[in-house]
Ligand binder design. Structure first.
Ligand code: UD1
Length: 444
């Protein structure tokens, strides 16, 4: 049963802000004058008494839901997004939802700011970050990194490409953005002494291990040597590495994790958490945020919704010969608001110094598997519509079963999923209904 409430994540909260801003603000500033040295940006410092979480790629599907939960948790946020797979209107909706959330409450809505910028554009990112260097340090030349301190206390990084098929066709694009991008971003953050970093990873890092049929533990894919107790009670030692990665997208996530793990080993000041998402579905219950990619969707739920909306005639079910109860593939579907709350829990752990060895991976999944036909049935139930399906061959690179063992996140982050697949379908159906009337507006 769902137990979450309108007040946001029920998992651990941040300490309250001392002086939250009085209003939702919209101060896009990549075009404003910002000095390369910290000293002369003093007059531009937007909120010297506030602290921020920077969210890279914060207007996409998971990013926007995480931004909303951050705002509900009282966090000031800055969003950096190049709108390559999102829309400017999402920012306005976040402002609206935050305002609604804080209406009638004692606490004012936190500050939110948006920078339309590519996170790989080094000079722009440096300019943005220089706006958030603490006033006492503004007159340093920046030569001695150790004295610089930022009002950005942590970064959540969603800014990656995520199409498996595109990554196969254009691997360099994926490695440049997803892998080189992480290296560049962390180098910049390091020079600003911002060393709390939450990375969007994926269950895809488990590769073909998913086919083993047992819930996936984080230790099945590590970057350093680890000894652990396996599902059968046996003590196992694993060495860094992974097997059966089937595409450049998956490899880009694995490589990024490995690089971040090495970074944390080299510099213990870093607190880095890689969150391995299972299959996010659903949307905020308001129906104002949802999955609205620019390209043609290939993930199951968006395709089902397109069929429901009539923009696709039929759902192709990729494979009915998997070793599952109904023969269709099984996934661990997780409501995107639960997933968003996982980021709040991860940040809390990082701020409280609870990240072992400076780098830790966590599965964000429910531990429950549902088949493709279960999803179709759940969408049909909430919409009272019949979804036309046809069965076709397995999709290349797919695994049959991919379900999380979510215990590490439960124990160490005090986080678990709360919303069911049915709730996810109801929320996404609500979004679809609302979107019909306002699609033009959000894409403005
Ligand atoms: C996919 C990616 C994964 C990525 C994740 C992001 C592949 C091989 N993997 O995972 O790397 O992290 O998305 O969310 O693309 N299905 C159909 N018909 C459809 C669409 C999907 O039957 O039209 C089936 C698929 O075969 C699969 C299941 O639905 O068995 C889930 O598919 P999808 O939503 O694409 O997610 P994953 O394949 O699990």
């Amino acid at each position: 049963m769902d137990s979450s409430t309108d007040s946001g994540c029920s998992s651990p909260r941040f300490s309250p802000q001392l002086s939250p801003s009085s209003s939702v603000s919209e101060l896009s500033s990549p075009g404003t004058e910002i000095s390369t040295l910290f000293c002369s940006s003093f007059t531009n410092l937007p909120y010297p008494d506030q602290q921020f979480i920077a969210v890279v790629g914060g207007l996409g599907y998971i990013g926007s839901h995480t931004c909303l939960e951050l705002l509900k948790a009282g966090e000031n946020i800055i969003i950096i997004d190049n709108l390559s797979n999102s829309f400017r209107g999402v920012y306005d909706r976040l402002g609206l939802l935050s305002k609604r959330h804080y209406e009638g409450r004692k606490q004012d809505a936190p500050t939110m700011r948006f920078y339309e910028a590519d996170y790989r554009d080094e000079s722009t990112i440096r300019h943005i970050l220089s706006d958030y260097v603490k006033p006492a340090q503004l007159c340093t030349t920046g030569d001695d990194d150790s004295v610089i301190s930022s009002t950005i206390k942590g970064v959540i990084h969603f800014g990656a490409y995520k199409s498996v098929s595109e990554s196969i066709q254009n691997p360099l694009k994926y490695y440049a953005n997803n892998v080189a991008g992480v290296i560049e971003l962390c180098s910049i953050l390091q020079s600003f002494n911002i060393k709390t970093f939450i990375f969007s990873s994926s269950a895809t890092v488990y590769g073909s291990l998913a086919n083993s049929g047992v819930p996936l533990k984080e230790e099945y894919c590590t970057h350093q040597t680890e000894t652990f107790i396996d599902h059968d009670g046996g003590i196992r030692t694993v060495f860094g590495g992974c097997t059966g990665l089937t595409n450049p997208y998956g490899r880009s996530k694995w490589m990024s994790e490995a690089i971040l793990s090495d970074l944390a080993l080299a510099d213990p000041e870093w607190n880095i958490i890689a969150l391995r998402y299972f299959n996010p579905v659903g949307c905020d219950e308001s129906g104002l945020l949802g999955e609205d990619p620019r390209g043609v969707p290939t993930n199951l739920m968006p395709v089902v919704l397109n069929v429901l909306a009539g923009s696709l005639p039929v759902l192709d079910i990729f494979g009915t010969d998997y070793p599952t109860s109904d023969g269709t593939a099984v996934r661990d579907f997780i409501h995107v608001s639960d997933l968003a709350c996982g980021h709040i829990a991860a940040l809390t752990a990082a701020f409280n110094g609870r990240v072992p060895r400076g780098f830790r991976t966590y599965n964000l999944g429910s531990g429950m598997g549902s088949s493709v036909l279960d999803v179709v049935g759940a969408v049909e139930a909430v919409s009272s519509a019949k979804i036309p399906v046809r069965t076709v061959d397995r999709r290349e690179g797919d695994v049959g079963i991919c379900v999380a063992m979510p215990e590490r996140a439960e124990v160490e982050l005090d986080w678990r999923t709360e919303k069911s697949l049915e709730t996810s379908c109801r929320d996404i159906y609500n979004f679809l209904e609302k979107q019909k009337s306002s699609l033009a507006a959000i894409r403005s």
